[in-house]
Ligand binder design. Structure first.
Ligand SMILES: NC(=O)c1ccc[n+]([C@@H]2O[C@H](COP(=O)([O-])OP(=O)(O)OC[C@H]3O[C@@H](n4cnc5c(N)ncnc54)[C@H](O)[C@@H]3O)[C@@H](O)[C@H]2O)c1
Length: 368
């Protein structure tokens, strides 16, 4: 392995600690600098790690050591920060969603193309053993031709635990744009790109109350739909039915099920790297667990950054911008369909990302 790829992080909030832990344990990555609008927060976030500079965003982007900017700001700031990084000639890897709107995300990708730099995006959980083992089962024909999937995410909302949950209830947030990237990236990984969507959506409350931290008890406005349902028509002909909700209490529905002509699969939580894949095959009784057969075994947020940063030039990383753009386009189109009552044709497409083989030393894309 060559020199580590140097990472500069913009945004040191709630999710940053998980990335810092992963970067710290992966030899192919090195954290060199961090920035945040709140420099004290940035200092506190990297206190456990020696030799990391805490600087302004401008200084981080001007630092010639930084190879990849890891953008962990809130969704509404993703495009602005990414465009600055691209203008500084840096590759950029964003937390999900790629941007608050597909228009902003398109601007990012066009700017990156013109500048000759790359854009990548979370979620990387789908590179873990859970989704990848399910994908291998489908690719190996264990359920026959896939015909349908269901995806269900339902909680009472993140304001119960996140100390600054405002961004979950404004454009760029909501259950679909916040949690949809996990589910739809998993569905595209399993079943391929989407050509048409039909959506319906509702909103239970116009305000939410923060449940933790210094702002506990404060009301925040809700300006997005908080229960979103829909059908995704995949290019393959398979149909996925989606429920993404911050308006329910609990569910016993599996996160994802995929149904094929000769078998059904229970796919684990796409917001986790691991989890049990269950199969029930035509002619057999009951369900049984499939052994882990694919995926990065030591998953943690940042694995997709390592995959992105080590993908050779000229190849699309598994966590590449075209997949993230397609997922955002699908989500935005679902909301547009919900608003208009009509089906929406998806203008974008992408390839299914390369599978991940079960080899902890395999950080490169698999053979084409
Ligand atoms: N919190 C989670 O559990 C979680 C999980 C997975 C993904 N994510 C994603 O990670 C991203 C960040 O989420 P979070 O929960 O860490 O948010 P957060 O609000 O806790 O942290 C965001 C940080 O970014 C900083 N920031 C905002 N705009 C900035 C700008 N223009 N320049 C520099 N710094 C800026 C803020 O000061 C803050 O410290 C979001 O895209 C979210 O969807 C969060």
């Amino acid at each position: 392995m060559g020199q580590p790829v140097n990472i500069g992080v913009v945004g040191c909030g709630a999710i940053s600690a998980q990335y810092f832990q992963t970067i710290d344990r992966l030899p192919q990555l090195r954290l060199v600098a961090v920035a945040d609008l709140d420099l004290d927060r940035a200092r506190e976030a990297v206190a456990p790690y020696a030799g990391v500079d805490v600087v302004s965003v401008a200084d981080l982007l001007a630092d010639p050591r930084v190879d990849v900017v890891l953008n962990l700001t809130i969704p509404a700031a993703h495009a602005e920060v990414a465009l600055q990084a691209i203008a500084a000639g840096k590759d950029v890897y964003c937390e999900k969603p790629l941007a608050a709107t597909a228009e902003d995300a398109g601007r990012m990708l066009r700017a990156a193309g013109a500048a000759g730099v790359r854009v990548g995006c979370a979620p990387d959980t789908v590179l873990g053993t859970g989704t990848q083992t399910a994908r291998k089962a489908i690719d190996d024909g264990l359920i026959g031709r896939p015909v349908a999937a269901t995806a269900t995410m339902l909680t009472p909302g993140h304001e119960r635990w996140h100390p600054n949950p405002d961004f979950y209830y404004v454009p760029g947030g909501g259950p679909l744009l916040d949690m949809g990237p996990y589910y739809i990236t998993s569905l595209v990984t399993l079943l391929g790109p989407v050509t048409t969507v039909i959506g319906a959506a509702s909103r239970m409350r116009v305000k939410r109350t923060i449940g933790s931290g210094p702002r506990r008890g404060e009301d925040i406005p809700v300006t997005v739909d908080t229960h979103v349902t829909g059908v995704l028509v995949h290019d393959s002909g398979a149909l996925s039915t989606l429920v993404m909700s911050f308006d329910g209490v609990a569910t016993k529905a599996p996160n994802i099920e995929v149904h094929g002509e000769t078998g059904s699969l229970v796919v684990p939580d796409p917001n986790r790297f691991d989890g049990s894949v269950q199969i029930s095959r035509l002619g057999e009784t009951g369900w049984h667990e499939l052994p882990v057969s694919a995926g990065y075994a030591e998953g943690g947020r940042g694995v997709g950054l390592a995959d992105f940063a080590t993908t050779p030039a000229g190849r699309e990383p598994r966590t590449g911008g075209s997949l993230a753009f397609h997922v955002l386009d699908v989500m935005e189109s679902l909301l547009a369909s919900a608003a208009s009552g009509a089906a929406v044709t998806i203008a974008s497409t992408c390839d299914r990302p390369e599978p991940v083989f079960l080899d902890p030393s395999d950080w490169q894309p698999g053979p084409s």
